[in-house]
Design a protein. Structure first.
Length: 439
């Protein structure tokens, strides 16, 4: 520790989320009042990796006291990863080695990181690279809500993102009703469907699709995905409501069969080895094209608007829930840091969590996959009552539609098919894990 005040560095990694500035504010105020000098490191790990020790700001209480509701990050944010290795370099681990040197050049005594699973992993490895005696505390944030926090607690930013997303979807639902059209909306969430399901449930969207309702460990057939959307539209048409808003989790695109995508979307971006970049797939546009093709083949027209929401949510002003929550997290992070520096805990760092109003730190390693070392992903549990309720409010083809002749007949008629043929053609939808969990 330095002879004067201990120095705390704060950085933000990954993508933006509502509440980042509130964490910075609360942690800075608490740390200064506890005797620290606080340094804000600009642009995540980027400048530390580059060996720059001058890209920082001295944070003061007057500077941060009123930033708590503002969107974005006053420190900037970046995805630069110090754990990446460069096999072609003389020192494959030069990024981490340079990061450690930069931290020491800044005369830091502790580090507080704010970010998602990638930043948590970087914080863990940085803590190890610093010899395990340098305290590193991570504050979990992501609008995806996919970090394994105790008690099912949401990650900060999720509640605001769902709130703003639901407002957007409500407006689109009014447009869909007025103009008798369909909206296919992709919501952020690469690893889990919490945001898409939460927005859809809160806004009363026609249908929400998440990757967890398909078979685990297997690619999702593109035609099966189109089946789900097409039959939901046909059911709505049979009910005399030829319009609707469908929400799909971004992570579905990451699970698609690459062979299916290559056939349907030959212009999809590829990497230097010729492999498809599913992360760059415009899922909403692809599905719009394929569903329209199905209707056109029957001589029918479907007016579908493709839209993606996510960037509109990430820098929104935090709602009161997230402001209160992030103040707890920021203060809790400093309290945990002090415990580490005073030797009151055996670990060198970890992730801070608040459970039932109490600080509950999670040491590094306790929330990681033992096989890969990566942060575990919290997926939507489709066996819960929460998922069942969400499903009950959706309009989509279900097993009872296929089993009940009176329900089946008008839906098959909308598809211009014989009921028996329709039931045989779409029976697989009733056997999806999400459908089985709903029964």
């Amino acid at each position: 520790m330095t002879a004067s005040k201990p120095r705390l560095g704060i950085l933000c990694g990954g993508g933006p989320a509502p509440g980042i500035n509130s964490v910075i504010s609360a942690a800075t105020i608490e740390a200064i009042n506890s005797g620290f000098e606080v340094v804000g490191l600009r642009d995540g790990f980027r400048h530390l990796i580059a060996g720059k020790s001058d890209e920082h700001d001295l944070l003061t209480i007057p500077y941060v006291s009123r930033i708590y509701s503002a969107g974005g990050s006053i420190l900037g944010i970046a995805r630069d990863n110090p754990t990446l290795r460069d096999p072609a370099a003389a020192d494959p681990g030069w990024r981490m080695a340079t990061t450690v040197r930069s931290i020491r050049a800044l005369r830091l005594d502790a580090l507080l990181t704010i970010g998602g699973d990638g930043t948590a992993h970087s914080a863990h490895r940085t803590c190890e690279a610093l010899g395990g005696r340098f305290p590193v505390v991570h504050v979990p944030k992501t609008i995806d809500n996919d970090l394994p926090l105790p008690g099912g607690k949401s990650t900060f930013g999720f509640q605001t993102a769902r709130h703003v997303g639901a407002q957007i979807v409500e407006n689109l639902m009014a447009d869909a009703y007025a103009a008798r059209r369909w909206f296919f909306i992709v919501a952020m969430g690469r690893s889990a469907g919490h945001l898409a399901l939460g927005i859809g449930k809160a806004a009363g969207a026609t249908l929400s699709l998440i990757p967890e309702e398909f078979e685990r460990g297997r690619p999702i057939p593109l035609e099966l995905l189109v089946d789900v959307l097409e039959t939901a539209m046909l059911k709505r048409i049979a009910l005399g409501r030829p319009f609707g808003v469908f929400i799909l989790a971004e992570g579905i695109g990451m699970r698609l069969s690459t062979a299916d995508v290559a056939r349907a979307e030959p212009e999809c971006e590829r990497d230097q080895h010729g492999n498809l970049r599913l992360s760059e797939l415009h899922l909403h546009r692809l599905l719009t094209k394929l569903v329209k093709r199905r209707f056109k083949a029957r001589g029918q027209e479907a007016v579908i608007v493709a839209k993606s929401i996510g960037y509109e949510l990430r820098c929104a002003h935090a709602i009161p829930f997230d402001i209160e929550y992030t103040r707890d997290l920021g203060c809790g992070a400093v309290a945990y840091l002090q415990q580490l520096m005073e030797g009151k805990r055996s670990e060198s760092g970890g992730m801070v969590a608040i459970t039932e109003g109490r600080l509950e730190p999670m040491p590094f390693g306790s929330f990681s996959d033992p096989a890969t070392g990566r942060t575990l992903v919290r997926e939507v549990d489709i066996s819960t009552e929460s998922y069942r309720v969400a499903r009950k409010y959706m309009i989509r083809l279900e097993a009872n539609d296929l089993a009940d002749p009176e329900r089946l007949a008008p839906i098959a008629a909308a598809a211009q098919m014989d009921p028996a043929a329709f039931a045989a053609r779409y029976q697989a939808l009733a056997e999806l894990p999400g459908a089985r969990a709903f029964r």
